[in-house]
Design a protein around this ligand. Structure first.
Ligand code: ATP
Ligand code: MG
Length: 274
């Protein structure tokens, strides 16, 4: 289907098309499509833009990744399908950032597909295609990681991560930076630095912030971050948006403009019923 860029939901429909194609090729699993739908719903509630609070979190994320000795970004099928170019940009801004394939539903073929999608997006070095270590406390395949990557990382950037895994990484003493549009997910709730933003916007903004930060001579540091305040801000944004939308629905119907009176007997349109 050809999409017109003038369609009001062009950007969202384009990403859906990318994911549908990635699903047909096996890169994205059906569960990934469902996860995307959940993310989209929260993005809608958040106004489909980076909030000032998320931008501040992205600045701190850039600082932590620059301060880290061994930072790793974990990439799954959805991230590879829609944000490989953004991962590449992030690595250009933070060259010691390791990129690791990390799959909830792991097969050798899918791991290779994620790596090649990343390479096509411009990421030169990808690890984790073959898992060589396990995260303790997690069942089966979900525990499998690369000995050179997440296993030894001090800071893990986990976009669209599962809650169990985010918690397990935190239990290992790693600093976890999540990117997840749902402020109520276990991932957001357990991360040290939850970024409540769309993954492509978030990665771009972290890269931009890192590039800006590198121009200053001050040493990089693990500056404190109030994760409760960040999650509260996201919920307050959703709350304000919904309250405003509800108020608009409750406004009395506008009076018809002069000269455009409905013909007598024409039923009036109620604004309360769609
Ligand atoms: P959790 O396991 O953390 O409780 P979950 O089970 O609801 O979360 P998962 O499928 O494990 O969801 O994780 C996917 C998460 O990614 C969801 O919370 C969803 O909101 C989020 N998400 C999906 N697409 C995007 C996107 N493009 N950008 C940011 N977040 C997204
Ligand atoms: Mg989950």
């Amino acid at each position: 289907m050809r999409l017109s860029p003038r369609h009001p939901r062009y950007a969202s429909l384009r990403v859906r098309g990318q994911l549908a194609r990635a699903h047909a090729s096996g890169l994205v699993v059906p569960e990934g499509l469902i996860a995307h739908g959940r993310g989209e719903a929260f993005d809608y509630f958040l106004g489909e833009r980076t909030t000032p609070s998320a931008r501040a979190a992205e600045r701190v994320a850039a600082e932590w990744l620059l301060a880290a000795e061994h930072p790793v970004v974990s990439v799954n099928g959805n991230v590879a399908a829609i944000a490989s170019g953004e991962v590449a940009r992030l690595v250009r801004a933070i060259p010691h950032l390791e990129v690791e394939v990390n799959l909830f539903h792991r097969t050798g073929t899918r791991a290779r597909q994620v790596a090649s999608a990343l390479r096509a997006g411009g990421v030169a070095h990808v690890i984790g295609v073959r898992a060589t270590a396990r995260i303790p406390g997690l069942p089966s395949d979900r525990a499998r990681v690369d000995r050179r990557g997440i296993y030894v990382a001090d800071v893990c950037l986990v976009p669209l991560e599962d809650g169990d895994r985010a918690e397990a990484l935190r239990d290992l003493g790693k600093r976890v930076i999540s990117v997840d549009l749902n402020p109520l997910s276990r991932t957001s709730q357990s991360a040290d630095l939850p970024i409540v933003d769309e993954v492509r916007r978030a990665l771009r903004e972290i890269a931009r912030a890192a590039e800006r930060r590198k121009r200053s001579a001050a040493p990089f540091a693990f500056v404190p971050f109030d994760r409760y305040a960040a999650l509260g801000d996201a919920l307050a944004t959703i709350d304000r948006g919904l309250t405003r939308a509800a108020a608009r629905r409750r406004r009395p119907p506008r009076r018809p403009r002069a000269g455009r009176r409905p013909a007598p007997g024409t039923p009036g349109r109620s604004r309360r019923t769609p």
